[in-house]
Design a protein around this ligand. Structure first.
Ligand code: ADP
Ligand code: ADP
Length: 229
């Protein structure tokens, strides 16, 4: 099955009379269970592509379908709903809420989705167990290491059982040991059939994926070929 499909996707930003074509003519299909890395220099369009894949923004031309939904046709509210239901985000800065425990942070996407409290708690505990943090559920972010905070963020990304896990420089703030832990976790998720898209500057990180896409000046360069890991 297909998770996402971009056809001739373009994204332009306008500031006054100036127009920047951040993405141009992106054609890309990603299937269920694929593990894809996206690389490119600063300013090449990685963040813009990530925002579109994650339904944080919509294309200015072309079409983006996520699990068959034409994202360009949605209202802001529908887009937010699709984002919360279908996409799990992992960010460089973890983006955990400082005043909430690990458990409450992981419960958040379920709270937005209207899942009742007892089911929320059960699923959040299972997700934290999945990332090896059963003994840290009551800790707040500042009481956790960077690697542990990123694992809480991965639990939050998993808890809604999303169609797509989107990770933007997930190891950018981690030491080498935590980087290894997080990449091992991504390998496990991939082995379990999850669909992962990872944006990174680091060749060693990208090399863990099945397929590496390179973006330059808003366009995908190398034909997207699957390789065996
Ligand atoms: P990357 O993540 O690879 O660094 P971006 O997607 O952030 O690249 O940026 C791609 C291009 O779009 C750059 O030229 C950048 O300056 C421009 N750009 C990004 N966001 C905006 C914005 N909100 N307004 C205007 N230009 C933008
Ligand atoms: P940056 O542009 O500095 O790389 P991030 O990658 O941290 O920023 O975040 C990218 C975008 O995603 C931002 O616009 C941010 O507001 C938004 N965002 C951050 N956390 C979440 C979340 N949990 N769910 C949805 N959107 C988020």
């Amino acid at each position: 099955g297909v998770v996402l499909q971009l056809d001739a996707v373009g994204k332009s930003y306008r500031t006054g009379t100036l127009r920047v074509d951040a993405l141009r003519g992106i054609d890309l299909g990603i299937g269920v269970g694929e593990y894809v890395a996206i690389m490119g220099p600063s300013g090449s369009g990685k963040s813009t592509l990530m925002h579109i894949l994650g339904c944080l923004d919509t294309p200015t031309s072309g079409t983006y379908r996520l699990v068959g939904v034409d994202v360009g046709e949605l209202t802001e509210d529908e887009l937010a709903e699709v984002r919360n239901r279908l996409v799990g985000f992992v960010f460089q800065q973890f983006n955990l809420l400082a005043h909430l425990t690990a458990l409450r942070n992981v419960e958040l996407p379920l709270a937005y989705a209207g899942v009742p409290g007892d089911e929320r708690r059960r699923r959040a505990l299972a997700a934290l167990d999945r990332v090896g943090l059963s003994d840290r559920v009551g800790h707040r972010p500042r009481e956790l290491s960077g690697g542990q905070q990123q694992r809480v963020a991965i639990a939050r990304a998993l808890v809604t059982d999303p169609a797509l896990i989107l990770a933007d420089e997930p190891t950018g703030n981690l030491d080498s040991r935590s980087t290894r832990d997080v990449l091992a976790l991504f390998d496990e998720l991939h082995d379990q059939g999850r669909t992962l898209v990872l944006i990174t500057h680091e060749e060693e990180v990208a090399a863990r994926a099945q397929r590496v896409l390179r973006i330059h000046d808003g366009g995908l360069r190398v034909p997207a070929q699957a390789v065996r890991r």
